[in-house]
Design a protein around this ligand. Structure first.
Ligand SMILES: [Zn+2]
Ligand SMILES: [Zn+2]
Length: 303
């Protein structure tokens, strides 16, 4: 799984930071979180591509998180995209996307589905699911968790041969957790040839959010917590008023949720050099990095 930060700024795009958008490439699918202005231009620069099967999860209906959709949908159509695209977001996302199509006419070249979603299970795929909690930033606004389902354990081919299970369909049966009966009448249980199941990976993205118990729960044991950090610690009051976070708030959530790594994003345009934000977070949670546009992180499969 590869995570590419397409836009890491807050509110206003700057020379160095685009508006909120994060691309997760998982197998042959592209999963986007938020779609701020000019996301499609950032995708070109990052070499993300426009044709893959894609899902977009929008956290809330503030411009810096959704205004990239008109351009992205039209670029995809101009490139004659064929694969389906699904957009998930809070109430309002449907009206917005439909208004684009009605007022700036273009011909959509691919199947588009839009889902207005709430906290809870947002989408359930064969190999992963996406869940959400209310972020408290505005009504409605969501934080998302992408959680892979556990993979079956390793298949011990040597043991299978020793037990007299012939290579072929019986191996697949065992791998999928079913007992098999050999021609001799002996029953082989999957546990005797398949190891314990292997955990999936988990990425949590806050969108705009202040601290909350719900977010800590959502982020519990995540491999990667991508957390907004709009203001420095000294502006804590402003952060609380606008329902945003400071580095220390983000780091405290990371610590409470026992995540592996914290990434700070959604950095206010006032910070030319945001290293002070990174230093503030590291005091509470040392495994923190500061996102910049086009930062890429690789999350290897777990054994
Ligand atoms: Zn924002
Ligand atoms: Zn916002």
């Amino acid at each position: 799984m590869k995570v590419t930060f397409l836009g890491t700024g807050a509110a206003i795009p700057t020379v160095h930071r685009g508006s909120a958008a994060i691309a997760v490439r998982r197998k042959n699918e592209l999963i986007l979180f938020d779609c701020g202005e000019a996301t499609q231009r950032q995708m070109v620069e990052a070499g993300v591509g426009f044709h893959r099967k894609t899902k977009i999860f929008v956290t809330h209906m503030h411009g810096d998180h959704v205004l990239g959709l008109p351009g992205l949908l039209q670029t995809m159509s101009l490139l004659a995209r064929k694969n389906e695209l699904q957009i998930y977001g809070p109430k309002g996302i449907k009206d917005f996307v439909e208004a684009i199509n009605q007022t700036v006419p273009y011909t959509l070249t691919f199947p588009l589905e839009i889902f207005e979603v709430q906290a809870g299970l947002v989408c359930n795929e064969k190999e992963y699911q996406v869940t959400a909690v209310d972020s408290g930033h505005m009504k409605p606004s969501l934080c998302y968790a992408l959680t892979e389902k556990p993979r079956p354990g390793r298949f011990n081919t040597k043991k299978a041969k020793q037990l007299g299970v012939p290579k072929g369909p019986l191996w697949s049966e065992l791998q999928s957790g079913k007992p098999v009966t050999l021609p001799s009448g002996v029953v082989v249980e999957p546990e005797s040839v398949v190891g314990t199941s292997r955990p999936g990976r988990k990425i949590v993205y806050t969108g705009d959010a202040g601290p909350s118990e719900g977010l800590v729960k959502l982020a519990m044991n995540a491999d990667l917590l991508i957390h907004e950090s709009t203001f420095e610690d000294a502006l804590q009051e402003r952060a609380l008023k606008d329902k945003h976070s400071t580095p220390t708030m983000a780091a405290q959530t990371a610590k409470n949720a026992q995540v592996k790594q914290l990434v700070l994003t959604h950095i206010s345009a006032r910070y030319k050099d945001a290293n002070q934000l990174l230093e503030q977070a590291k005091k509470t949670f040392p495994d923190t990095i500061l996102a910049h546009d086009f930062l890429q992180l690789e999350l290897p499969m777990k054994d």
